[in-house]
Design a protein around this ligand. Structure first.
Ligand SMILES: CC(C)(COP(=O)(O)OP(=O)(O)OC[C@H]1O[C@@H](n2cnc3c(N)ncnc32)[C@H](O)[C@@H]1OP(=O)(O)O)[C@@H](O)C(=O)NCCC(=O)NCCS
Length: 186
């Protein structure tokens, strides 16, 4: 993907009051590459707008289950304005601050169950970024009182199926053309 570090600060300036600073950190991938993971902030709306404008349709279809990327201002704001508790999103960046992927959980309906979603930019796949991001959601979710994660994906999505199986997700169900798997958090 094109560089996007210029679209919002890597270290948030004037983040929301509930911004969980302790979730902002550096990590090291299995190949030794350092990356930064931090919670999303409202200023990142420009990163999302850019990602949806230039993103490949297949990634968007697999993430949002629709051919068209989300563009509505209200929805974009919904994605970046979170309470870091019932809803959390983590952005992975390279050390120059360019976005590599986003993972989120949302516990908006069936508490203590939260739904997760993840996307990693194609150039950075198969390096463990998604694995790291999805695992990073677990402790904050437990702290927020969640007991289970659920993931929905399209039946042909081998990458996420293998990743989640490796992370202990199970109880696979097929409903309305989507696969769902769940994991008990502990
Ligand atoms: C699915 C997606 C997020 C995976 O991203 P990724 O960064 O390539 O994933 P990772 O490198 O962390 O993990 C995938 C690999 O880890 C493997 N893996 C699974 N469980 C593992 C575990 N416990 N430990 C180590 N590796 C594991 C997978 O088999 C896979 O192997 P491969 O990369 O050699 O094929 C990415 O393909 C994507 O963004 N797709 C489009 C959006 C989408 O499909 N989202 C899911 C629905 S919300």
């Amino acid at each position: 993907m094109e560089p996007d570090a210029h679209l919002s600060p890597v270290t948030p300036i004037d983040p929301p009051a509930d911004y969980p600073t302790h979730l902002d950190r550096e990590e090291v991938l299995a190949d030794g590459t350092r990356i930064r993971i931090r919670p999303i902030v409202p200023a990142d709306i420009e990163r999302l707008r850019h990602a949806f404008a230039v993103g490949d349709p297949e990634s968007i279809r697999r993430r949002f289950f629709t051919g068209a990327p989300p563009t509505g201002e209200v929805y974009l704001r919904y994605l970046v304005e979170i309470d870091y508790h019932r809803r959390l999103a983590l952005v992975a960046m390279d050390m120059e601050g360019n976005s590599l992927g986003v993972a989120r959980y949302e516990g908006v309906q069936a508490f203590p169950l939260a739904e997760i979603a993840i996307v990693v930019t194609p150039e950075w796949r198969h390096r463990g970024v998604a694995l790291m991001l999805v695992e990073a959601l677990e402790l904050p979710a437990i702290d927020a009182g969640f007991e289970r994660f659920e993931a929905l994906y399209l039946p042909d999505n081998r990458a996420i199926a293998d990743l989640l199986e490796g992370l202990g997700y199970g109880d696979l169900k097929l409903n309305d053309g989507f696969v769902s798997v769940t994991k008990h958090l502990s």
